[in-house]
Design a protein around this ligand. Structure first.
Ligand code: SAM
Ligand code: DTB
Ligand code: SF4
Length: 324
């Protein structure tokens, strides 16, 4: 593939102009870019597991797991290794190719590192790709996870730099970028995206994607989450986002980052089949499968299988990235 097609010098003017194209032109352009790089009828499937739930010290306004929000979720300890591996085996049998383990931490404690390493090794031994999302990481922790064989690290920037402090005050946007740079430098694949529908402006959605698209190397994976409003959190009653704005966000991600896997992530239970189909047309080519995300609901496996069948979409096999 011609590396020149991948640009890291997008300007805000360009990105805004693309986002605001007439919808049909935007979708056509996104689908054209998509087909140049991927089989448009293949979608990758990842499965999430919350390996440590609730009681988090951070104050992310959207999250069910923050101890600072009013959400009534009891805190659990780090799961044991055997349980994680048996859950991963079930996910593999259900067709997932990547296993993503998430912890409600600001950052991992050194005393947990050996357990995390063993989880990575055990899941890899099943022949699945591994992903973790554990909060901010120090250099040494990144190296340990890489050496254990971790394939991907998920760390979302969540929104634009400008809107960030409206959503989270216990860490900064720059902290997030620091961890992303550490992960990239260590040679672990980067998964970084965000949430839309948090009351942000259109420009915040554009700028969030622009930040990702102007990193030295684009993330291999960009999850676009639709806010799942959680009762008793500060964002519980935020006005729902126009679904067309969501599809525009997916399309812009596809156009700015042509070879990245764009994941239609949280919020699919609130989307119609037609809206999901439109997101796939706009260039989304990955989803989370299974009836639970970390703590919130996700469509049942049967429902997703039926949708794939109706759309003629097939699942990517392990080790196949769907690229042309
Ligand atoms: N604690 C780690 C961290 O924040 O990096 C990892 C887990 S955290 C739950 C992973 C991501 O899930 C967040 O960055 C956010 O983008 C997404 N997320 C959390 N709650 C959500 C919600 N209610 N709706 C949509 N996405 C959500
Ligand atoms: C991502 O961008 N979305 C996933 C994953 N990365 C870790 C998490 C979605 C969480 C949705 C809310 C919940 O389940 O609590
Ligand atoms: Fe904690 Fe992550 Fe939830 Fe923020 S998003 S409160 S860091 S679990």
């Amino acid at each position: 593939m011609d590396a020149n097609l991948i640009r890291n010098d997008w300007t805000r003017e360009e990105a805004e102009a693309i986002y605001n194209l007439p919808f049909m032109d935007l979708l056509y352009r996104a689908q054209t870019v998509h087909r140049e790089h991927f089989d448009p009828n293949q979608v990758q499937r990842s499965k999430l597991l919350s390996i440590k739930t609730g009681g988090c010290a951070e104050d992310c306004a959207y999250c069910s797991q923050s101890a600072r929000n009013g959400a009534q979720l009891s805190a659990s300890k780090l799961l044991d290794i055997k349980r994680v591996i048996s859950e991963a085996r079930k996910a593999k049998d259900g067709g997932a190719t990547r296993y993503c383990m998430g912890a409600a931490w600001r950052s991992p404690k050194d005393r947990d590192m050996a357990t995390l390493e063993a989880m990575v090794q055990g899941v890899k031994a099943l022949g699945m790709e591994t992903c973790m999302t554990l909060g901010m990481l120090e250099d040494e922790q990144v190296i340990r996870l890489r050496d254990a064989g971790l394939d991907y690290y998920n760390h979302n920037i969540d929104t634009s730099e400008r809107y960030y402090s409206e959503i989270i005050t216990t860490r900064t946007f720059a902290d997030r970028i620091d961890t992303l740079n550490r992960v990239r430098e260590a040679g672990i694949k980067v998964c970084a995206g965000g949430i839309v529908g948090m009351g942000e402006q259109q420009l915040d959605r554009v700028d969030m994607l622009l930040t990702l698209a102007t990193l030295e190397k684009h993330p291999e994976s960009v999850p676009i989450n639709m806010l799942i409003p959680i009762a008793d959190t500060p964002l519980a009653d935020v006005a729902p986002l126009d679904p067309i704005e969501f599809v525009r966000t997916v399309a812009l991600a596809r156009i700015l980052m042509p070879v990245t896997h764009v994941r239609l992530s949280a919020g699919r239970t609130g989307m119609s089949d037609e809206m999901q189909a439109m997101c796939f047309f706009a260039g989304a080519n990955s989803i989370f499968v299974g009836d639970t995300l970390l703590t919130a609901d996700n469509p049942e496996e049967d429902k997703d299988n039926a949708l794939f069948a109706r759309l003629g979409i097939t699942a990517m096999a392990v080790g196949c990235d769907g690229s042309r």
